[in-house]
Design a protein around this ligand. Structure first.
Ligand code: NAD
Length: 478
């Protein structure tokens, strides 16, 4: 018996959760259910996170959480429970299988069978944003080596476990050489440890286009958080319907399983909703807790039911479907099919299922870190970069000189183009004249002088080299 935490959520949530639990219990799942309340009611009772402290305690104690979709009320101040849960519980890996059910569910891609594995904790989703000038706001993209290693190793281990042949990495490292560059570099390092699995890297733009056009060339895809968020919805939609996909959010301690769709409030309480997405989440959960035979039995019964043409309204198509059913009838049809396998669709075997047991990240020895210079970001409302250069050069001291000014990344001084559009947000790069290097005290001195000169420095970024290799971007056009 495994105790799991269950939240029935909002909108269609309770109906699809009831159907899902009925199916998995009928299939022989050995689970004990610990129900908690999350979502709209909790939000509207004044808890801006949508979940009470006691519920966190239950989730953390049981470690396995099956969650129906919830409604996030409109208006400011309410925090997304999904994002909070993923980050609080360290659920670094989001796994979303997207498989075509051709010819039983309409799709333009009859042989698609992709598993999207998305990094779940970092990237622009760290949510660190600031307005710095009248015209410019920023969002920090944070990528860590442990974050990359964990998700990429997870993708290869997943591929190995499920007998998948290839792992494809999507990044935009031709532009973001540090952040996406690290992800790609770690991918190459870890791929070497799995010689039996093919690996490849695509630049995300053409990779995404290829996936939308010819998804059958991909198998497992691993990518960063934002790209994965967008692409996993595309993948689910082109496979047939977002209503059919489930996802697993896996951490070192805890895991959360869910449907990928929302609470579809307009469809609630009418026995209309398709429980398949949540059921797919529950099947991944059963594999995770080692009940692989039950998981396999349910998946095969579900495939058979889809193949029998017993469809809820969202996937019902005249000529393809045989019977339009409601949530409850769909669940009953699956229960009746337990023990049966599909004939046309490929039946599944989860003999090697189970939670992946990945090694813990081990921090590497620290690199030699040298401070090479500093970028002062300045709020300035002038338009001529030469004027700004004249103004800011006043702060030069201790042999540290202004070497470049950029605006939104493009070099505008020295030798800028008149045509370049400039905002009020300028990056002024200071570097030592000789190889003497620069100290933190030098930077404080620069800032003090800037303050005296009424220069509005809104932030600084130190320029480092790690093991002798400069680790910051050049100005575009530099
Ligand atoms: P949605 O996914 O809830 O619904 C979009 C449309 O898809 C629905 O109108 C419905 O026609 C269809 N649909 C979705 N799931 C279906 C199912 N199982 N069966 C049949 N049809 C289905 O997206 P939305 O309307 O943008 O969001 C509604 C609410 O859900 C919002 O409050 C949003 O914040 C929330 N949401 C929650 C989660 C989550 O809890 N994981 C995820 C996404 C959205």
């Amino acid at each position: 018996m495994t105790k799991i935490t269950v939240a029935k959520g909002d909108g269609i949530g309770p109906e699809i959760m009831d159907a899902t639990l009925e199916i998995i219990l009928a299939a022989g799942a050995k689970i004990e259910i610990d129900e908690i309340e999350v979502g709209e009611k909790v939000y509207l009772a004044g808890n801006t996170s949508g979940i009470a402290k006691e519920s966190w305690d239950i989730i953390r104690k049981n470690k396995v959480f099956l969650k129906a979709p919830i409604t996030t009320p409109q208006g400011g101040g309410y925090k997304s429970l999904n994002v909070t849960t993923r980050k609080f519980l360290g659920l670094y890996s989001n796994v979303r299988p997207c498989m075509s059910l051709h010819p039983f569910v309409k799709t333009k891609h009859p042989i698609m069978d992709i598993v999207m594995i998305r990094e779940n904790e970092e990237d622009l989703y760290a949510g660190i944003e600031h307005q710095q000038t009248d015209e410019v706001v920023q969002c920090l993209k944070l990528i860590s080596r442990p974050g990359c290693e964990k998700i990429i190793r997870y993708a290869f281990e997943y591929a190995k476990q499920y007998g998948r042949k290839k792992v494809t990495c999507f990044t935009k490292d031709n532009i973001m050489k540090q952040t996406d560059g690290l992800f790609h570099q770690v991918f190459d390092e870890i791929a070497l440890q799995y010689p039996e699995i093919e690996n490849e890297h695509w630049i995300i733009d053409i990779g995404a286009a290829k996936m939308a056009d010819t998804p059958e060339v991909f198998d497992v895809i691993v990518t960063l958080n934002l790209y994965g968020d967008v692409l996993s919805d595309v993948a689910a939609q082109i496979a047939g319907s977002v209503g059919l996909a489930g996802s697993a959010n896996i951490g070192e301690e805890c895991a959360m399983f869910e449907a990928i769709h929302g609470s579809a409030p307009r469809r609630a309480n009418q026995n209309l909703a398709n429980p398949s997405g949540l059921l797919q989440g529950a099947i991944m959960m059963l594999n995770h807790i080692g009940q692989t035979e039950v998981a396999e039995k349910i998946q095969n019964a579900w495939l058979k039911t889809i193949e029998d043409g017993i469809h809820t309204y969202d996937i019902y198509k005249d000529g393809i479907s045989k019977q339009k059913v409601g949530t409850k009838e769909f669940a009953q049809a699956i229960i009746k099919n337990l023990g049966h396998k599909p004939q046309t669709l490929k039946s599944v075997s989860y003999a090697k299922g189970k939670a992946l047991n990945l090694p813990k990240y081990i921090r590497k020895e620290a690199s030699k870190k040298d401070l090479l210079g500093v970028d002062l970001f300045v709020h300035w409302t002038g338009t001529d970069p030469n004027q700004l250069a004249e103004k800011i050069k006043v702060v030069e001291n201790n042999g540290i000189k202004l070497s470049m000014i950029t605006n939104r990344g493009i070099k505008v001084w020295p030798d800028g183009f008149n045509e370049t559009f400039c905002t009020d947000h300028w990056r002024c790069r200071f570097k030592p004249m000789n190889d003497a290097g620069i100290t933190k005290a030098n930077i404080i001195e620069l800032l003090k002088m800037a303050l005296n000169e009424n220069i509005d420095v809104i932030k600084t970024e130190n320029l480092y080299a790690f093991d002798g290799k400069p680790a910051y971007s050049l100005g575009q056009g530099q």
